[in-house]
Design a protein. Structure first.
Lengths: 250, 438
């Protein structure tokens, strides 16, 4: 589904990604771990198409198509979704209206008519029930005054509504207490399927107790320095990142 | 002949058509004298530093329309908030249109300034209120006072509230190549009474129009006044709005200015707090493009203790548009426990757009809370990226963010149909159809 080859990216002349290789297939869950400043959030933003990052070398292919020169919204229409570490507040626009706009813009891009209101309501009801989201929550302004947990749950709700093929969750666990984490993880697990893939970006192993990955990669200084199964996460939890940094320098 | 000379000589012709024996005429004559001395304000004056009236003074404006012009309701319906029932005071080229209006004397007076200035039954109110809060010093206000004859007259007696909001509309038909309009409004809301007003000036052609309007609002003890100004005129229409508000104990006056278009718009809002526990609120949304210019000049004079004032102005400036926000707050020594809040946030969406924002605080009391803040910035790229990753194209994403930026000013609009209309105007102004009604 996703093929990243020798990806180099920089922002304002500063090199952040220095040759990332990664392949993600349908049905898989990959975890990308690494210390602060290693480039893991940058990787997420570059896949989603953030224009501030310049891809200087290498390529990102999504379902056989090179994503170079593709805008973030076009990537979204193709089925790429990024859950933000810090979701943006939009006062005056309700969660429901925001989702209507997002879904209908995607449909418009595919040459489809707007989703009929009845169908939209049904979809909203179905997905909000699945994620235990209160109906009142949906009429509130997007992310405005939301707690950390509410924001993250709202990100997963958006993911459920948009049904992306590839979901990238950037530090979804940060700032969540254990109950909120469990709710969010449950949501992600319910949305797992054989034709979808997920990339979890995280600093801590904690999230991976709730969402079990098929593969774990460690990123350091802009490169993936080690890959393995879910047991690699436990090893990192035990030993920290320092041994990998040393291994990488050697 | 320049505009000033033309106005001075027109005053003699004007005097042939009004009752020079009426006490109001002494007020007019004194005002004319002041205008003769001061003339039009120039950019050398601090208050007019960023707004030039030079090009307007070179235009050969007609001072009095030559003929009465009529309009069909269906042609101008869209400028009314026609979704609701309202009283209407409508002027076409400065002349009252009884056909388009709906006035009343049923417990309240919602009618014409020309009646109030001539009929004996209104003389008492006129003597007490006319030109009492308007500046006798400011030259454009004096110019309006000198030619004051027509406009809206609203008198709400104690404990009354009109059954519906009042719309004041001024249409310019373009039958004159260029037309000067000088409406004069007097609004008196007595103790514990309440009023809602929606005011709009609309030019219907590309012929030049300059409106120099003066509105006096008197809010007595515990009175509530909600005033909405819709300024969405075309590129050849200019408006100088001078509004003076006198507030007594516990009164609440809110003025919303929605400024979406016009060649030059100058809003002078002057609040005088002559009592305690008063609340004065000013809110504004400005969205401009092309070469449009707006200048928001506000004044709140806190003259008594325990009062509040709130100002919240949001501006979005595109293309070559220019904006000014100048917010002056005076707190007299006696006005302890004043709570004055002022905020002006701006987004520049073009490299060529300009905004000059200036808070001006003169505080002579020592136990007060005064806060002010001003920001000028661009749209947040991270927020834009967020919306794009949800599949919303850049143009729509920008519009949504601008809407969100201006939105909190709309929260205090108390007429839902008006709020819907403003939302639609904003969406149209931002050039988007977001797939739902904002």
């Amino acid at each position: 589904m996703l093929k990243i080859k020798n990806l180099h990216a920089s922002v304002e002349g500063k090199k952040i990604l220095k040759g990332v290789n990664l392949e993600v297939n349908a049905g898989e869950v990959h975890a990308i771990m690494g210390p602060n400043g290693s480039g893991k959030s940058t990787l997420a933003s570059v896949i989603a198409g953030k224009e501030e990052f310049e891809v200087t070398q290498g390529s990102i292919e999504f379902e056989g198509e090179d994503l170079d020169e593709t805008s973030p919204e076009e990537r979204a229409h193709k089925g790429v979704f990024l859950s933000f570490q810090y979701p943006v507040e939009i006062p005056g626009v309700s969660v429901t209206n925001f989702m209507k706009t997002a879904i209908n813009e995607s449909r418009k891009a595919k040459g489809l008519e707007d989703m009929p209101a009845k169908e939209m309501l049904k979809l909203i009801r179905e997905k909000s029930e699945m994620l235990d989201i209160d109906r009142k929550f949906l009429s509130r302004s997007l992310n405005e005054g939301f707690s950390g947990g509410e924001k993250k749950r709202n990100e997963i709700f958006q993911m459920a509504m948009l049904e992306p093929k590839l979901s990238i969750l950037d530090e979804t666990d940060s700032g969540l207490d254990i109950d909120a984490l469990r709710i969010v993880a449950n949501g992600v697990n319910k949305l797992r399927s054989a034709d979808k893939a997920t990339i979890l970006i995280t600093h801590y192993q904690r999230l991976l107790e709730y969402i079990i990955p098929d593969f774990v990669h460690v990123i350091h200084d802009g490169k993936i320095v080690k890959s393995g199964g879910k047991e690699l996460a436990l090893e990192l939890e035990e030993k920290g990142y320092d041994w990998l940094k040393q291994e990488a320098t050697v | 002949m320049d505009l000033k000379d033309k106005l001075i000589s027109s005053f003699m012709a004007f005097e042939n058509n009004v009752d020079v024996e009426h006490s109001v005429h002494d007020v007019r004559v004194a005002a004319m004298k002041n205008f003769e001395i001061k003339g039009f304000p120039s950019k050398k004056e601090e208050n007019w530093k960023y707004t030039s009236l030079n090009s307007l003074q070179k235009t050969d404006f007609s001072i009095f329309p030559k003929q009465e012009n009529t309009l069909e309701y269906k042609d101008v319906k869209k400028y009314f908030i026609h979704e609701i029932d309202s009283y209407k005071i409508v002027f076409v080229d400065g002349i009252y249109s009884s056909y388009l209006s709906e006035t009343t004397h049923d417990g309240v007076d919602i009618c014409l300034m020309s009646s109030a200035l001539t009929k004996p039954m209104y003389k008492q109110v006129i003597d007490v209120y006319f030109n009492k809060i308007a500046s006798k010093d400011e030259s454009l206000t004096s110019l309006n006072t000198a030619f004051s004859r027509e406009g809206a007259y609203i008198y709400i007696p104690k404990n009354k509230m009109p059954k519906k909001p009042v719309e004041i509309l001024h249409f310019a038909t373009g039958n004159e190549a260029s037309l000067l309009l000088q409406p004069r409004n007097l609004i008196v809301v007595e103790e514990n009474a309440e009023l809602q007003v929606i005011e709009r000036h609309q030019s219907l052609t590309s012929n030049e129009v300059l409106t120099n309007s003066v509105t006096e609002i008197f809010a007595a003890k515990s009175a509530i006044v909600d005033y909405y100004k819709i300024q969405n005129d075309n590129a050849t229409a200019s408006l100088i709005d001078n509004t003076y508000i006198d507030q007594k104990d516990k009164s609440l006056v809110k003025i919303h200015s929605f400024c979406f278009g016009g060649k030059l718009t100058r809003n002078n809002l002057n609040f005088y707090q002559n009592g305690e526990y008063i609340d004065s609120t000013m809110k504004g949304v400005t969205i401009l493009g092309e070469k449009q210019h707006v200048d928001h000049h506000t004044l709140v004079h806190h003259k008594q203790p325990n009062c509040e004032s709130h100002q919240d102005y949001k501006g979005i400036y595109g293309e070559n548009s220019t904006g000014v926000f100048n917010g002056k707050i005076i707190v007299d020594k006696i006005a302890q426990k004043t709570d004055a809040f002022q905020q002006n946030n701006n987004i520049l969406v073009s490299d060529k757009a300009t905004i000059n924002s200036k808070p001006q605080l003169e505080i002579f009391a020592d136990d007060v809370k005064c806060s002010h803040g001003c920001t000028i910035g661009q749209l947040d790229n991270e927020a834009l990226f967020y919306l794009q990753t949800r599949g919303i194209p850049e143009k729509e994403a920008r519009a949504l963010l601008m809407y969100a930026f201006a939105n909190n000013v709309l929260a205090s609009v108390r007429i839902p149909e008006l709020k819907t209309r403003i939302n639609k105007l904003i969406a149209k102004k931002l050039g988007v159809n977001l797939g739902f009604d904002l």
